[in-house]
Design a protein around this ligand. Sequence first.
Ligand SMILES: Cc1cc2nc3c(=O)[nH]c(=O)nc-3n(C[C@H](O)[C@H](O)[C@H](O)COP(=O)(O)O)c2cc1C
Length: 369
Amino acid sequence: MSKLQVFPDLITDIHPQEWKFQVKKILKNLIPSHVRYKLSHQRWRLMFMPNLLLNYAYDFRRFVKNSSVSVKHPSTNLKVRTKTQLQARITIDYHSIEKGLAMKEPRIGFGREVIQRLLSNLPNYQEKYGFDETVQITLNTLSAYYYFNLEHGFQDEQLYESILKLKEAIPTYRNSKNEGGIFKITKKSILEDAHIDLRAFFQSRYSIRHFAPDEVNMCLIEQAVTMAQKTPSVCNRQSSKVYVFSSDEDKRKVLSYQSGNRGFGDQASKVLIVVSDLENFTLIGERNQCWIDGGMYAMSLVYALHSLGLATCCLNWSVEHSVDKALKKSTNIKDSESIIMMIAIGHLPEELRVAQSPRKPLQEVLIVK
Ligand SMILES: Cc1cc2nc3c(=O)[nH]c(=O)nc-3n(C[C@H](O)[C@H](O)[C@H](O)COP(=O)(O)O)c2cc1C
């Protein structure tokens, strides 16, 4: 190889911006390909660890900043910073009373500590944020607890007075049966509603990558989200939310941060982003809870949309911290909200192709011990 071939452009004037490119080109000519391969592998290994740590640091910072884990134990200090954090702590408590009442044989007078905490947090919440569903549900749960004990011969006068005082402060309070507490239900009525051919329903859902041009009406999204609201969540904290993007400009913008929608994302009528808010979590053990609750919510939402005849394709949010930050900045999604996934949705075309996506055999995934 002649000297001029190895250093092709050295003899010409090089623009400063082209230096990097030219140096790379020269090194490429000088270093044999097997050495280049080894070096690039080593470089990747050297960069991998710091980059992974940086991404964990991002998750760590977000959890410490946004959850109420750094506020001492829930029972001792309730100086939480945001409405969602206080709402979450009240929800954990009222739900523990609901759970206690839903046992086969609830213990009379159970959960005194929890009741005391609710009686101190609820007026605090009401004073700061006014009357809302959280207050309504908590008061109903406290009433259910009081009447359960009364029926079993335990009259808690202090609790009665406290509930009365709280209720009197709310002119719009409703004594509603289905908003906190428990209700009786029969096996027959559960089975009647559960008797649907779910196998065919599951089998007929595919990830769709070809949408009809018709627009998806917001009514359908509202129906699907209402259905997905029934998804179970840890202590009923309901950390999940759904963002809807409809305009061409917005859809293009959000999809530009996601790498798995190439070739079909532009046909979607709407793009949803499912998030789970870290402000709902209170313990170190809950550091990954957002992925579970948010993931389950997303699954319900996909099935709900499928039941309404819509086509969906989950879009991964397997990104590094810089991309996560960039999307949040451009959409005003809060730092506390963990992005679970995007979902591209549209109407089904009359005919389409779907990937077979065969599943693993049962014996590989069902391990009977
Ligand atoms: C969290 C998640 C992320 C996904 N991301 C993408 C994606 O970015 N692009 C895509 O075309 N499909 C994506 N999929 C769809 C999967 O490829 C698909 O669910 C799988 O192959 C099974 O096929 P099926 O959904 O048709 O049953 C995703 C699915 C899930 C659950």
